[in-house]
Design a binder for this molecule. Structure first.
Ligand code: HEC
Length: 146
């Protein structure tokens, strides 16, 4: 009985912490001009270990931001493509462009234009910042096992 209560409590605390909206890998306020911040925002080296904390934050934001409504992670496409495999079919630069400024990508980028031909619906701008975009990429590296 007691171990059950303890594990439930631990789980509740873990889930509670998981809902924290703010995740800063640096102490204090997030400053994108901080050199250490610049380092975090870089595309990860292929095959480098996954930053689990960043991936968890990325998953949280992916859900909170409503990306899931149009992009299931696994399984069949919805309004937009399912996301599994995204780290294999695109590189980080492209992903970042599509997440942060889909409007200009849909105008100028050949792959994005091809997607628009298929899905026939322009992905609306999501107003996601660079840190969150990078964290979502980490989440998909985890999903894809890359
Ligand atoms: C209202 C629906 C909608 C929402 C919400 C949405 N997208 Fe999209 N997204 C699309 C569509 C549709 C496409 C395909 C290109 C097009 O037609 O604009 C797309 C394409 C993409 C692609 C390229 C996929 C590939 O296979 O290359 C990425 C990456 C992406 N979206 C990320 C996101 C993220 C991250 C969010 C949440 C912050 C998000 N999208 C929210 C509709 C949406």
């Amino acid at each position: 009985m007691l171990p059950w209560i303890v594990s439930t409590l631990v789980l509740a605390i873990a889930v509670g912490c998981g809902e924290q909206e703010d995740w800063s890998p640096l102490n204090g306020a997030w400053d994108p001009n901080d050199p250490r911040a610049q380092e975090i925002l870089q595309a990860p080296e292929p095959g480098s270990p996954i930053d689990r904390e960043m991936a968890a934050a990325g998953e949280r934001w992916y859900r909170v931001r409503g990306c899931l409504a149009c992009h299931p992670v696994e399984g069949r496409d919805a309004a937009g493509p399912a996301m599994a495999g995204i780290t294999q079919r695109r590189d980080y630069e492209w992903f970042r462009g599509m997440v942060m400024r889909p409007d200009s990508m849909l105008r100028e980028d050949p792959i994005a234009r091809e997607l628009l031909e298929i899905y026939r619906y322009p992905m609306p701008n999501q107003g996601v910042d660079e840190l969150r975009t990078r964290a979502m990429w980490e989440y998909f590296r985890k999903v894809d096992g890359t």
